[in-house]
Design a protein around this ligand. Structure first.
Ligand code: DGL
Length: 264
């Protein structure tokens, strides 16, 4: 039995938490939603690093044996720093699934939908140079989309318009495969699929990240005394919206509480 910490700027990383729960149903999971500071895509790199480090340290102090950065934006900005500061604790990040998208495309045209901060990051630019190696990739910054999802607006005309606005350039570029590069986006995957068209393959890497978490967890000693396999969600923002979001989207029971005051 292992104890695993995860965090995101808000509710987005719950898509990763659900995948980790499916892969490791016996693990104790501790998730921090940094909703008071969301969206990370609007913060500069030093600010994202400071938030990520404070939260990862809190998770480790609470007993996490490994930490999952369930946020593409925080991974791009802070995963190297977290690994340096928290070594030898394993830190697992998430990146847009460019490699699976390039492997899946039939017409050679691939898109990535992510935050502006992720797309502009040195880490993503290095991934692009390495994986695409000159092949054209249509990058689309979905400005405002993580924010809309964070506020609980998961359907309705405003969300449909926003999704359509960000998917149109991808459609017009003729891409047949799109990698979702933000952990918030799987919660509006149906709307994205509708806007892109049924023939476009949408790639979400949360299951691949969960498989990697399971591989690394298998190398760790079980915690003693064994932690019950419960799921604790903490938030730096308001508790009630996180509670409502979890009740709607997670198919297992969770405890929800405020994060400690020094984290907010
Ligand atoms: N879920 C984050 C990501 O994967 C959110 C973006 C944000 O907070 O701007 O990039």
């Amino acid at each position: 039995m292992n104890r695993i910490g995860l965090f995101d700027s808000g509710v987005g990383g719950l898509s990763v938490l659900a995948a980790v729960r499916a892969a490791l149903p016996d693990a104790a999971l501790h998730y921090v939603a940094d909703s008071a500071w969301a969206p990370y895509g609007d913060l500069d790199t030093p600010a994202i690093r400071a938030r990520a480090l404070g939260i990862a340290q809190h998770l480790v102090q609470a007993g996490a044996q490994l930490v999952v950065v369930a946020c593409n934006t925080a991974t791009a900005a802070a995963v190297d720093e977290l690994r340096a500061q928290l070594a030898p604790r394993p830190i697992i990040g998430i990146e847009p699934g460019l490699r699976p998208a390039l492997a899946a495309t039939r017409n050679g045209r691939v898109g990535v939908l992510a935050t502006r901060s992720t797309l502009a990051s040195r880490r993503f630019q290095a991934l692009l140079a390495r994986e695409a190696a000159g092949r054209p990739v249509q990058l689309q910054a979905a400005v405002g989309l993580a924010d809309a999802i964070e506020s609980g607006a998961l359907d309705g005309p405003a969300l449909t318009d926003l999704v359509e606005r960000h998917c149109r350039p991808l459609r017009e570029a003729g891409v047949d495969t799109v990698a979702l590069g933000c952990t918030h986006y799987p919660f509006v995957r149906d709307a994205i699929q509708l806007a892109l068209g049924a023939r476009v393959t949408v790639i979400d890497t949360s299951a691949a990240v969960a498989a990697q978490v399971a591989r690394v967890a298998a190398t760790l000693p079980p915690v003693t005394p064994p932690a019950p396999p419960d799921v604790l969600l903490q938030t730096t923002g308001a508790v009630a919206p996180l509670q409502a979001f979890a009740a709607q989207w997670l198919p297992f029971p969770v405890r929800v509480e405020a994060a400690p005051a020094d984290l907010r």
